[in-house]
Design a protein around this ligand. Structure first.
Ligand code: SF4
Ligand code: SF4
Length: 124
């Protein structure tokens, strides 16, 4: 599984490099991680779920409607956050970038025989 995680990390690095070329306005207010209020949902791939589990030791969950990864409006697991968190902002969703890299994640899953699952990130 480590190899698959390394490939996922490479994908995240590529995503970040592409996003650096975009204009992103973010005031770090943390509202996009408060799912009780923002009306959004966060979906992740199984590989991302396994990766988070390996890094954090527990799955993401909601605490009072907020992602358990949030700490004082900031993401405490910024380095490990899933593709959806990287590409969705309150002002803009980078849908095209999301789709390109979602496909690449699925290719890694196929390569390493990871069963397909695309589901809500938060476990209770
Ligand atoms: S992207 Fe999230 S943290 Fe940034 S300004 Fe919008 S709601 Fe706040
Ligand atoms: S993983 Fe980080 S960016 Fe994503 S919802 Fe949780 S706190 Fe927010």
């Amino acid at each position: 599984m480590e190899k698959a995680f390394e490939e996922l990390e490479k994908i995240y690095t590529e995503v970040e490099a592409l996003l650096k070329q975009q204009t992103i306005v973010c005031h770090c207010c943390g509202k996009c991680c408060d799912f009780s209020k923002n009306g959004m949902r966060l979906y992740i791939f199984r590989l991302e779920r396994l990766y988070l589990l390996s890094k954090l030791g527990s799955p993401l969950s909601l605490k009072d409607g907020k992602c358990s990864g949030q700490n004082q409006n900031l993401c405490s697991l910024h380095k490990y956050r899933p593709l959806g968190c990287r590409t969705q902002f309150c002002t803009h969703t980078f849908q095209e970038i999301y789709e390109i890299f979602a496909k690449k994640i699925q290719e890694i899953e196929i390569k390493y025989n990871i069963e397909y699952e695309y589901a809500e990130a938060f476990e209770s």
